[in-house]
Design a protein around this ligand. Structure first.
Ligand code: PMV
Length: 323
């Protein structure tokens, strides 16, 4: 009863920020993301009658801080399989954990894919996406490759809150350039940050209300491969999310000075004709999305930006894979 799986990280172009009421980790809004080939988690799950407790190891270390969420996600699959067997989970990331590179997305997607196989559950990708969502909202998207849409859903039981593929990785050869500006763990994680924004930001209701229109614009831009339209709506969604977070009490400022310099740099390059736009998640890293022909220039501009510590270049990648 063991299996291993690999899942890639993803970055949202149209952001998820805020949860629906209830305990099922249903997002308040949908989202659209790109799956990154270069950043992945690999997870092996082994159910074993000799184990009295679940065990979770990440990058060679027992991680008690994250174990509760991991075991809770496993419980959902154990219930579906009708077993109480405990498991040993060994996971590794090929990139630094919790530095704003969406390790929870790839981590929970790989966990769910491996555990479902180890339990011999034949779940569809959609069903895996629903279980992965319980671990982390963005993980629901990492089940799929290329460009992915997450549906917020309306049902209180969360059965219509899942991701699905919009476009295969090969259908639009975009490149994502991640500029790392800090290697510190963020002060406020996305879950508590969302809760604080929903409770106290005067801009949060406007964020939720205006979100569906951004989803529609982005979906159409993706269908049309209209890079300029996708650039405009993605940057707007990102800045709206940050505006809602900044207006929370106490305020949430995820960007640092280098993040802002990177945003200006990318917008200046686009004004001068390079097909590139930025996005920033709940952390200070800059993510530049480019069409292939502009990516070398964007990479070298970001590498030369003072305060940038590391640059990672990725193409769009596939969804979950058995290892
Ligand atoms: O999946 P979570 O709970 O880590 O939240 C992700 C939140 C953002 O990265 C800021 C946006 C997104 O849609 O990925």
């Amino acid at each position: 009863m063991q299996a291993a799986a690999r899942a890639r990280s993803n970055i949202a172009l149209i952001k998820y920020w805020g949860k629906a009421p209830g305990q099922l980790n249903v997002p308040a809004v949908g989202s659209i993301s790109v799956t990154l080939d270069a950043l992945w988690s690999e997870t092996r799950v082994e159910f074993d009658a000799a184990l009295a407790q679940d065990r979770f190891e990440l990058d060679g270390q027992q991680r008690s801080d994250q174990a509760a969420r991991v075991f809770a996600c496993l419980d959902i699959l154990r219930e579906q399989a009708g077993t109480e067997l405990r498991a040993a989970i060994v996971s590794r990331n090929n990139f630094p954990t919790a530095a704003g590179l969406a390790s929870s997305a790839s981590g929970f997607a790989a966990l769910v894919a491996a555990a479902a196989r180890a339990l011999d559950l034949s779940l569809t990708p959609r069903e895996l996406s629903i279980v992965a969502r319980r671990g982390s909202g963005s993980a629901a998207r990492s089940i799929f490759g290329g460009i992915v849409e997450m549906h917020a859903g309306k049902r209180p039981d969360g059965t219509d809150s899942f991701a699905e593929s919009l476009l295969d990785a090969a259908a639009w050869p975009l490149k994502i350039i991640v500029a790392v500006t800090s290697k510190h763990q963020k002060a406020v994680g996305s879950g508590p940050g969302m809760a604080r924004s929903a409770q106290s930001s005067v801009y949060y209701p406007a964020w939720v209300e205006s979100h569906a229109a951004d989803m529609d614009l982005a979906r159409q831009a993706i269908i049309d491969r209209d890079f300029t339209k996708l650039a405009e709506v993605s940057e707007a969604s990102c800045l709206k999310m940050h505006a809602a977070a900044m207006a929370a009490q106490p305020p949430l400022v995820y960007m640092n000075g280098t993040t802002l310099e990177g945003i200006h740099l990318i917008r200046t390059m686009r004004d001068a004709g390079t097909p590139v736009f930025f996005t920033v998640d709940a952390g200070p890293q800059i993510k530049a999305v480019c069409e292939a022909q502009g990516s070398a220039a964007v990479q070298s501009a970001l590498e030369s930006l003072p305060g940038v510590l590391d640059v990672i270049v990725s193409e769009l990648g596939p969804g979950i894979e058995a290892v």
